[in-house]
Design a protein around this ligand. Structure first.
Ligand code: NDP
Length: 278
């Protein structure tokens, strides 16, 4: 039905490389937005308890008529629930809100190294329970730096399947991406368009006009060709379709290098080292 490639995670399970993100999609607009994305062909939805719209994501999928297993669903543990009993309760609530018996991918949303006495190990061990009992088909982390991952490697059993981190042309993250690749952890690039900040960049505009594509399509294609998983967010059906239509062209290695050279180490979101909001 679509040409979206899959990436094989380190536990052998496939994940569609392109999905639809619903951060900042208000709950009252989520059923419509997700229904529109599914109509456009997306089969992978990235939500989180923090986004306040898991229930509406679940409703849109249920009402779409698609088979549950044809839509890949990711959600994330909220920052206030890192203690094991809270995490167990929050996970039950996430499954109930989504209306599913098992989720495809469940992540620790932020490492919060300055909270919980710096303990995200017991949180990860709780996610391992969900993985072992089959209610989370894959588990992973988000916003983890290499030193956070090194602690998981040393102190826990299950390797994270993914690390979902901020990546876009102004924050290319090549060091952390290489570290993840070395450990067979797939990278999910959040805010792949830099929330729009990169779309007027002259280098990207020049490539887009040569290829007769939009700058958003060129940037998403750059992520795909670098091997990352992306889920751009848009409230507008025309942009959802535009962002989905990126599999009939390719970039040259010079294009990829020129876009990667735009790196400024510039975040649109918080720094995981200091972020502590619960
Ligand atoms: P994106 O980089 O996806 O950018 C979204 C913004 O770009 C919106 O303002 C949207 O506006 C605009 N936009 C989308 N498509 C186009 C287009 N084709 N042309 C012009 N403008 C466009 O940012 P997000 O922060 O939403 O990131 C995507 C997803 O990543 C989130 O929805 C969430 O799932 C995930 N995420 C995860 C985080 C984490 O900590 N793990 C943190 C942040 C995001 P409009 O809606 O008006 O079209």
């Amino acid at each position: 039905m679509s040409d979206v490639p899959s990436i094989q995670l380190n536990n052998g399970r496939p994940i569609p490389q392109l999905g639809f993100g619903v951060f900042l999609v208000p709950p009252e607009d989520t059923v419509t937005a997700v229904a529109e994305a599914l109509r456009a062909g997306y089969r992978h939805i990235d939500t989180a308890e923090m986004y306040g719209n898991e229930k509406e994501v679940g409703r849109a999928i249920a009402e779409s008529g698609l088979h549950r297993d044809d839509v890949y669903i990711t959600s994330k543990l909220n920052n206030g629930h890192h203690l094991p009993d809270d995490a167990r309760r929050a996970f039950d609530e996430t499954l109930a809100a989504l209306g599913v018996e098992a989720i495809d991918l469940f992540l620790i949303h932020w490492p919060l190294p300055t909270r919980y006495g710096g303990d995200f190990i017991s949180t990860w061990k709780t996610l391992e329970e969900f993985y072992r009992d089959g209610r989370a088909r894959s588990i992973g982390v988000s916003n983890f730096h290499a030193h956070h991952l090194n602690r998981l490697f040393a102190e826990t059993d299950v390797m994270p399947a993914v690390n979902q981190i901020e990546v876009h042309p102004y924050l290319v993250q090549d060091e952390l991406r290489a570290f993840c690749a070395e450990h067979q952890i797939a990278v999910e690039a959040w805010s792949p368009l830099g929330r729009g900040a990169v779309l007027n960049d002259p280098t990207i505009q020049a490539i887009a006009s040569r290829l007769e594509k939009t700058t958003a399509q060129v940037v998403l294609r750059w992520h795909i060709e670098r091997g990352d998983i992306v889920f751009p967010k848009s409230m507008r059906p025309a942009r959802m379709a535009e962002n989905f239509d990126i599999f009939d062209f390719s970039l040259t290695s010079d294009d990829i290098a020129a876009i990667s050279a735009l790196d400024r180490g510039e975040r649109v979101g918080p720094d995981p080292e200091t972020f502590d909001r619960v």
